[in-house]
Design a protein around this ligand. Structure first.
Ligand SMILES: Nc1ncnc2c1ncn2[C@@H]1O[C@H](COP(=O)(O)OP(=O)(O)OP(=O)(O)O)[C@@H](O)[C@H]1O
Length: 230
């Protein structure tokens, strides 16, 4: 069953068409990777999907906002608080009861591999650990759809592995994940299906094996005429 269905999505900034009739769906337990070069329209599409930008045309069928965990590229946690304090704060915003907030906090800290550093101020965290905490916040309210905008860009290998492992574990429990990345080998490892977009349009879609000739990197270059990396 589709957790997210996007149809004919369109958005222009003045005379620039950033998203141009985009359509795709993400099913329960599926990891869908939206791959595209800089400026392809990924962030604009995601903003419309999570409801922070109004589309010019098209439709988005997604779970209610409280069931969508949106993890933006920017770190959005309080540096002076510990990871656990941050999570308790955000669980309060979701209206979770004390006991549930406490147990869910422990659970999401474990999911992103931060249990043993949970009581340190976030200001002392590496960039990658801060990203993992951002993801933990996105998971707090047991979303049915998790949207990750380039979660591994510029993070250290240890955090990158922890992020990829946690995504794999969560989809095993039925969570649908939509994410964008610049790393082809990562998409190959993680995604059940990928959509390659450029100029706001979906150029191809399929499993990494279906698209990969001989690998995703080559498929990407063939379809867009561009390298994925900056
Ligand atoms: N607020 C804005 N005003 C005007 N143009 C914008 C705005 N936001 C994005 N754009 C333009 O829209 C196009 C799509 O941008 P978008 O950020 O969605 O792409 P992206 O695929 O997410 O790129 P990146 O990988 O660099 O984040 C680009 O040409 C960009 O310059």
């Amino acid at each position: 069953m589709a957790v997210l269905a996007v149809e004919g999505l369109r958005k222009s900034y003045r005379d620039l068409v950033a998203v141009d009739g985009l359509g795709f769906a993400v099913r329960e337990g599926e990891t869908y990777g939206l791959l595209g070069p800089n400026g392809a329209g990924k962030s604009t599409a995601i903003s419309m999907i999570v409801g922070i930008l109004a589309p010019d045309a098209g439709s988005v069928s997604a779970p209610p906002k409280a069931r969508v965990g949106y993890v933006p590229q920017e770190v959005a946690v309080y540096p002076d608080l510990t990871a656990r304090e941050n999570l308790r704060f955000f669980s309060g915003m979701y209206g979770m009861r004390r006991a549930e907030a406490k147990s869910r906090t422990t659970e999401v800290l474990r999911l992103v591999g931060l249990s043993d550093r949970a009581d340190e101020a976030v200001a002392k965290y590496s960039g990658g650990m801060q990203r993992r905490l951002n993801i933990a916040v996105g998971l707090l309210n047991r979303p049915s759809l998790l949207v990750l905008d380039e979660p591994t860009a510029g993070v250290d290998p240890q955090s990158r592995n922890a992020i990829l492992d946690s995504v794999q574990r969560m989809t095993g429990e039925g969570l649908a994940v939509l994410y964008t990345t610049h790393y082809m080998e990562e998409a190959q490892r993680l995604c059940d299906r990928v959509g390659i977009i450029d100029h706001g349009r979906l150029l191809a879609e399929g499993t990494p094996a279906e698209l990969g000739e001989p690998d995703l990197e080559a498929a990407f270059l063939r379809l867009t005429g561009r390298e994925l990396r900056d």
